[in-house]
Design a protein around this ligand. Structure first.
Ligand SMILES: C[S@@+](CC[C@H](N)C(=O)[O-])C[C@H]1O[C@@H](n2cnc3c(N)ncnc32)[C@H](O)[C@@H]1O
Length: 274
């Protein structure tokens, strides 16, 4: 397997395999585990986020959530009388989101869409234009600048005039900017059901200000080796404002992490209007 060192950003991958069915099934457990914030926050934190969100938008409005995972934000919005659409491309998370929504008879709609390949008729598909778009958790940083410049205007075209785009972002100063590596022996993990070695390399690409996190999974019994590459692009606040303005969003306002409970897994937001 070709493995340049230090690993190059955006070359052999940019995300963990969210849309792989088996990975998605294992990751669903992490989303729903109240003891870890790794994939979704626990319900108390989400409740606080929704308290804040509903103070920003008209009652009963239609919200589109990007990368909705198991739909935890969508469900809570619908419980509070909002219309809620979410899209993601992780099959197990979407299935769980739909099943939960049906069992509680919530006004939610879930779509299997890849943010990097959005259809041109997205606004019709979502029954839009919507009143607000949310993109929680900072997954935004796992997309290359080219991808971001493609999907931001597409999202903009799904918002009604004056509607809000709420983007939770990872501030530039939390990026470590150092090379390191570590390994562990695992009975199972999100990457593999059976015992394996999990080797991780962290690289920093100065030129593109991107962290490259490589996961090597060496399965004990078969000896098979898999590599997954995660990139995280650091954007300064000025760069974010420029990106959003280029996509048509205006009046940027920055907001600190909502609960402030955890600095590591709760980030600030930039709120802009269409
Ligand atoms: C860290 S999780 C957050 C999930 C959810 N927003 C939450 O806070 O509970 C990131 C989500 O982004 C989704 N995602 C990543 N890349 C995507 C893509 N290209 N298209 C659609 N969804 C994507 C993943 O499948 C995953 O559900």
């Amino acid at each position: 397997m070709e493995a340049p060192h230090p690993p190059e950003p955006w070359v052999n991958g940019h995300q963990i395999p969210w849309n792989d069915p088996a990975f998605s099934q294992r990751m669903l457990e992490v989303h729903l585990d109240p003891n870890t914030h790794m994939a979704s926050r626990r319900s108390e934190v989400i409740d606080h986020h929704i308290d804040w969100l509903v103070s920003q938008i008209p009652a009963g409005s239609h919200v589109l959530d990007v990368g909705c995972g198991p739909g935890l934000y969508n469900h809570e919005l619908a419980r509070r009388g909002f219309r809620s659409t979410g899209f993601d491309f992780a099959p197990a998370a979407l299935k769980w989101a739909e099943t939960k929504s049906e069992s509680e008879k919530l006004a939610c709609n879930f779509l299997n869409l890849d943010l990097t390949a959005l259809p041109n008729d997205l606004v019709e598909i979502i029954g839009g234009p919507v009143d607000a778009i949310t993109f929680w958790f900072g997954e935004f940083h796992s997309f290359s600048p080219e991808m971001v410049r493609d999907f931001l205007p597409r999202l903009h075209s799904c918002l009604r005039r004056g509607g809000k785009f709420i983007l939770e972002y990872q501030p530039d100063d939390i990026f470590v900017r150092e090379e390191s590596s570590e390994w562990s022996a695992e009975k199972s993990s999100v990457f593999c059901d059976s015992p394996h070695l999990w080797l991780q390399e962290f690289g920093w690409d100065k030129e593109t200000t991107t962290e490259v996190h490589v996961h090597w999974i060496l399965e004990q019994e078969s000896g098979s080796l898999q590599r997954y590459i995660q990139c995280h692009k650091a954007w300064t606040e000025a760069q974010l404002v420029g990106l959003l303005a280029d996509a048509g969003f205006r009046d940027p306002a920055f907001h600190p992490p909502i609960t402030g409970d955890s600095e590591e897994f709760e980030f600030p937001m930039v709120v802009t209007s269409a």
